[in-house]
Design a protein around this ligand. Sequence first.
Ligand code: BES
Ligand code: ZN
Length: 884
Amino acid sequence: MDIARTPSTPDGNPQLADAPPEPKQPPIIRREDYTPFAWLVPETRLEFDLGLERTKVRSTLTVERNPAAAPDSVLRLNGDGLTPISITVDGNAVNDFAMVGDDLDVPLTGEAHTVAIETEIDPSANTQLMGLYASNGMLCTQCEAEGFRRITFFPDRPDVLSTYTVRMEGRAETFPVLLANGNRTDAGEAEGGRHWAEWHDPWPKPSYLFALVAGQLEARRDSFTTMGGREVDLAIWVRAEDLPRTEHAMESLKRSMKWDEEAFGREYDLDVFNIVAVSDFNMGAMENKGLNVFNTKYVLADYETATDGNFEAIEGVIGHEYFHNWSGNRITCRDWFQLSLKEGFTVLRDQLFSQAMQGEAVKRIEDVRVLRSVQFPEDSGPLAHPIRPDSYREISNFYTATVYNKGAEVIRMMRTMAGPERFREGTDLYFERHDGEAATCEDFVKAIEDGAGLDLGQFRLWYSQAGTPRVDVALRHEGDTAILSLRQSVPATPDQPEKEPMPIPLKLALFDRETGTHRGEQLLVLDEAEAEIRYDGFAQPPVLSINRGYSAPVSIHRSVSPADLVFLAAKDDDSFARYEAMQELLVGHLVAAVEGRLSDTERGSGREAIGEAFGAILADDQLDDSMRGELISLPTQSYLAEQIEIADPGLIHEEREALKAWVGERFATQLGAHHDRTSAVPFGLDAAAKGARKVKGQALVYLAAADPAGSARRAMTQYERADNMTDRQSALLVLAGLDVPERQAALDDFYRRFEGDALVIDKWFTLQAISTHPDVLEHVEALADHPDFTLRNPNRVRALYMAFAGNPHAFHSADGRGYRMIADLILALDPINPQTAARFVPSLGRWRRIEPGRAALMRGELERIAAAPNLSRDTFEQVTRSLG
Ligand code: BES
Ligand code: ZN
């Protein structure tokens, strides 16, 4: 039955009759305004008549009054771009509904009702990739955070939990495979070459965890027996030709299931677990209950087409989404302000899993590097927010490094303070106490407090205060006493001018310079603005190793001699601290150089200290290669910029490249020897062979910086002999940055070799966009016109433009062309895929921390974007916050 589209007045709510015209600015949603929903929805039945261009959706909801909420005579259902075709309540047609903006108000008078609604959508026109969309001839869904409302009208908020039954019907030829959450309960043939399947998920869940997939897919199958003896059928669904590349993902899944039982006591709770890989996907992957949907990038791998880094990322992401089954699905979020409850905790869980699988020290270093180069800049810029934000306009903008990575660090600090065993008692209590609920960050903290026996009163500030705390450290020596003084401060951030001191757990050790040993590691929790601690019995001034293992996500400022740093880089028994000493040495030198604080003599002595440390690392045959690779990494450009109040990105890049070339020249022999040695290691997936490939790639980078022409031959040989993507890519990266004849030959070869293989062609775009070649801007402009480039595929957009925006010497080109290119991209992409478009805004947003010439150009581009008509909520919010 058709219903007129004119809004009518629901009883008792006359002010809704004339919904005000769409406000110009999207409204601000505030955490403090949370109220529970007036209605419960115990059961949801969804019936889909599937078509790529036209899908009909009929949803039937059982609703009853929520005794815990203020009564409401209206059922407000969220929608986004939907028109109701029919609405019934208890079988009777409803005419007195109202559209309020995109939402639907259905008047309800009784205690419990059955509400049925029909809608129709066009998945092929869904370029945002939110809700139900078509990708490569198949249909799939992405509902987090607010995509379900693009499929059907529903209370699309995470605290409304419902049990879903899903019936799908469609042409058997187009959609041979029909998947949804939970277990398949029935299936059959229908008329006209059609067939259907019905799935039931017994676990109540919020709408954002709903998923459906229909298309031509093949499965790699396996099984897992849980600790309680449940036999779980595992399947990874991909296009037939991709099946051989799914082995690693399947092995990763089984390892994840086993590890979560051992490390957190968490067992899987359905008879099937399906993973589907899709090539058009906004994010990395999604944890839909029993039916995870993944970007192909985080599923498909073999060593000819995927690097060691890709293999590790797949293991981490498979783990992450699987771990959400408990931290996210069984216990979900009350509202989206609590996002870190599931994401921060799950990131910590995936980090611990990867540390267990791949090696503790190196993985920790990698995680800290990401935190410092992505989250620190966010925390000190216009988009800074606490891990539990207080307000937003568009929740998609808050899936940030702060909520994820700093969120994980905050929980890791609780674990450090409690110790792993007591922390586990805390998480056991959390899972037991809140199973089946939509919980808050406060619930989590309370459970850890009760279960682990910690007082986290003051620690809660980590959830509400934004900004990276700074800790100033000084060590002085009097008589035979070493006196450590510490001072903390948290910088002002948007809306938070004043901060209070927070508890900062610092692991430290004092080394005797003669023996090279310390008397034991200490955990000191700095919970006041200032503290002074005395250590007796030191005849000589000791060497301080602090924030070992990176026990707190803070930035340490101290004045320490290069000699002490060289000592720690060589002798510290904490691997992270060794890495950190090396980084401190490099950062100190580079920042002083960029700030023009180095005389020629000081530049010389600074380099000598760095040389001494590098020499020791290159010569140390006790060191495994994967750690060696970390120790010889230069600090990232963005972390360096972060250390400087007003930075000149051009200068930072120059100094960093100059140091690279100096190291390459000074250690040409040793680096050449490492390159030769590692080139002789046969391919293998063991840690030693992986470490060798890492050192091989890095040695080549240093050598090329010092001697481009000579190294081009070395790189070309590596490229040609490569029997795996890690070596091939590291050689091509170097070649792509050089102005040598081999460059184009290698790029052309790579393209021909992998033409049509989307994930590898993404690498081909990226390598050219991140290169140090002087003509990168022209290269990227040309690549944007390449027949393989499209704005419709997020992986391809990121492969070219995210890579470019992270390439300092091109993006920060002093004439502003790089900024203009990214602003043009944002404007072109916004109408197609606003979520992905908005993710490019932060790169332009750091203008306040950049020298005035470039700052003005960046601001100008932000203003140009802000002035564009019909900006999405996503981009509007990021641009206005960035302009401040
Ligand atoms: N729940 C998210 C997926 C998601 C992100 C949905 C943003 C909607 C908006 C998923 O669990 C996730 O966090 N995925 C990450 C990868 C993960 C390993 C950090 C992603 O997609 O980047
Ligand atoms: Zn997640």
